[in-house]
Design a protein around this ligand. Structure first.
Ligand code: SAH
Length: 351
């Protein structure tokens, strides 16, 4: 028995080739592609302009990836929704839907777990389980759009996982979600956040994509950065910023520098000064994120005063800076915490 192909991860020409092998005309592939990526069907039997026999053949050759919402938490404050999705192998991942004045934004996961080991992050506590397929990334958006009944206009690949550690699937996902024959979400409205894997960023610069690159910087010096992010032992800040500059030159897309403020670790004025000096002349802005404490670690969020003075200093140095608004504060839980508490709960039930 041949292994089945994941139909939702295929580009249209690949689907056409597969259909040709079945003796079907290219227009069939277009119809199927439209059912999958525009009408967002969850079953081959919903493809009503195909004959029963074609649908049966499809079921024999292909798998259709559909995520199941295991849990949805809706914020009473701002309508933010946190989804916990079950995958076909029993793993769970989380995605977040946020409403902004400029449209609806979804934060998706790119891996089950993560192996980068950032000290303040809940996604990495149990390490990496596996990569997500392109279809599993797509379906986070498809299911959310179907559930909310509203168009998703922005995507941030900032959930659990390191996109550069699942490179091929992430790039495939970006091409599929921005395809004009699919949901056609503009690449300019997609942001990829990386902890700073230099070869990944360099390769990403050559893809011909126009997505925004966000770098998780979190400290201006290698010394402090290494205490927060193990990946900093491998790639020094200098090299990471050079790769980011290369991305800007190749794409013309302004960069985002994420900086999670941890009280007493990276939030003092010395750090702000070093950061301003480091980023002077770079095309991008700093996004300050008050660290979201997780119970497994004792990091403390910087207080309002520290955040304010950090921001003010950067502004005085003419560095563009914003403080990330906390969305869904009442259902919050940092990146990966919903999944983590779900896993702990099911473990307790099993015992
Ligand atoms: N692996 C990618 C994307 C996932 S995390 C990356 O490292 O960029 C998205 C952003 O949230 C990163 O900047 C990450 O460092 C930050 N982050 C993770 N956990 C956090 C927490 N508890 N508080 C504040 N920021 C956090």
């Amino acid at each position: 028995m041949l292994e089945k192909t994941d139909i939702k991860s295929l580009f249209l020409p690949e689907l056409e080739a597969a259909l040709k092998e079945m003796g079907e005309k290219p227009f069939r592939a277009k119809q199927i592609y439209q059912w999958l990526h525009e009408k967002l069907v969850t079953d081959f039997d919903e493809m009503t302009n195909l004959s029963k026999s074609v649908r049966e053949q499809l079921k024999e050759r292909f798998t259709l990836t559909v995520l199941k919402a295991v849990d949805v938490k809706i914020s009473k404050i701002d309508g933010t929704r946190k989804y916990l999705f079950g995958l076909s192998d029993g793993n769970v991942i989380e995605s977040v839907w946020m409403q902004y004045h400029h449209g609806n934004s979804v934060c998706i996961s790119s891996q089950v777990g993560c192996r980068m080991g950032c000290k303040f992050c809940a996604s990495t506590l149990d390490g990496l389980e596996r990569n997500l397929t392109a279809s599993e990334m797509l379906d986070q958006i498809y299911r959310i759009q179907a559930d909310t009944g509203e168009r998703v206009s922005n995507i941030v690949i900032m959930g659990s996982g390191e996109p550069m550690d699942n490179y091929d699937n992430v790039v495939r996902f970006i091409r599929l979600i921005s395809d004009e024959k699919g949901l056609h979400i503009s690449q300019r409205n997609i942001t990829v956040s990386t902890c700073g894997i230099v070869p990944g960023i360099e390769r990403f610069s050559r893809e011909g994509l126009s997505v925004t690159l966000a770098l998780s910087l979190h400290a201006p010096s290698d010394q402090v950065r290494r205490t927060l992010m193990p990946v900093a032992n491998k790639y020094p800040v200098k090299d990471v910023l050079k790769a980011c500059q290369g991305y800007f030159e190749a794409t013309g897309r302004r960069l985002t520098f994420e900086y999670s403020l941890v009280s007493g670790v990276n939030d003092n004025l010395e750090e702000a000064k070093a950061l301003a000096a480091l980023l002077k002349g770079m095309h991008g802005h700093v996004n300050l994120i008050p660290v979201n404490p997780i119970k497994e670690r004792d990091f403390v969020q910087s207080d309002q005063k520290a955040i304010q003075s950090f921001q003010n200093y950067l502004e005085r140095q003419k560095i563009a800076v914003t403080v990330r608004r906390e969305m869904g504060r009442d259902i919050n839980g940092a990146c990966g915490q919903l999944r983590k508490s779900f896993l702990e709960e099911s473990q307790r039930e099993g015992e």
